[in-house]
Design a binder for this molecule. Structure first.
Ligand code: ATP
Ligand code: PRP
Length: 222
């Protein structure tokens, strides 16, 4: 690599994705040079000068990679489904940040009856595309209400009959007297790659993609 070549950039979101990707990066020989929890820096150098990390909002990871603002990224399948995946090569399911996309409702809401009667439902979610496609597959008419967080409040306040949201431990639903009434899909984080970067910077990117894929496979096998 010429000295002037810019570092390869990996876009990560600062929460679960960063925490769960760190051990995989370590297996691939990469360690952040700065702890993002102790810094406001958004570009994090690593022990390898040719690789750096970019901290972005989870929903922005596919966009950065699609338009070449980052060469690689780690993004939940939930986020990728909403983005659509255009312009992204998705070589590896990293099997991290696992959770489930579900339909949830108040414990006293009879979802099976509403479905059987083909009732028009109000569904609140930040996953509009996922929700629209799910209810369309079921042949249900829904009025979607876009929210950006704390979706559990929607059925409690009468804003919606159901929500479409992520569940892991189930603690958040339980704490708010909601129950999962339908599974939509399992969710895990995927490695996403900018195809043009792969062509032009394959010598650096391919070994990194392979190493992250191998680290993920080893974790699954253990
Ligand atoms: P932002 O950058 O928008 O603030 P964030 O820091 O919350 O987002 P992360 O926590 O790094 O982002 O990643 C969010 C991803 O983690 C989701 O897209 C989903 O794939 C996964 N996820 C969300 N909730 C859970 C959960 N309860 N358990 C496990 N994985 C989850
Ligand atoms: C996610 C999701 C649920 C919660 C589920 O929220 O939207 O609220 O996790 O996890 P649990 O089943 O283990 O309780 P997150 O913590 O990411 O907050 P946010 O949606 O407001 O970003």
């Amino acid at each position: 690599m010429a000295d002037s070549a810019p570092p390869v950039t990996i876009a990560l979101s600062k929460g679960r994705i960063y925490d769960d990707t760190l051990p995989l990066l370590a297996e691939a020989g990469l360690r952040p040079a700065i702890d993002p929890e102790r810094s406001r820096r958004l570009i994090i150098p690593t022990n390898r000068p040719e690789v750096q990390l970019l901290l972005v909002r989870a929903t922005d990871v596919p966009t950065y990679v699609q338009f070449g603002g980052a060469d690689l990224g780690v993004s939940g399948k939930d986020v990728l489904d909403e983005h659509g995946g255009e312009g992204l090569y998705q070589p590896v399911d990293l099997g991290i940040a696992r959770c489930r996309m579900v339909v949830a409702a108040r414990a006293d809401f009879d979802y099976p009856a509403a479905v059987a009667q083909r009732r028009r439902l109000r569904a609140a979610t930040k996953f509009e595309r996922t929700a629209r496609e799910h209810f369309a597959r079921k042949g249900l008419h829904v009025d979607l209400i876009k929210l950006y967080g704390s979706m559990e409040l929607a059925p409690l306040t009468g804003l919606a009959d159901v929500i479409v949201d992520l569940v892991d431990t189930g603690n958040t639903l339980k704490a708010n007297n909601l129950v999962a009434v339908e599974d939509i899909a399992p969710v895990s984080a995927r490695l996403v790659v900018n195809p043009a970067s792969l062509r032009t910077r394959g010598a650096t990117l391919r070994p990194l993609i392979d190493a992250l894929g191998n680290a993920a496979a080893a974790r699954r096998a253990s």
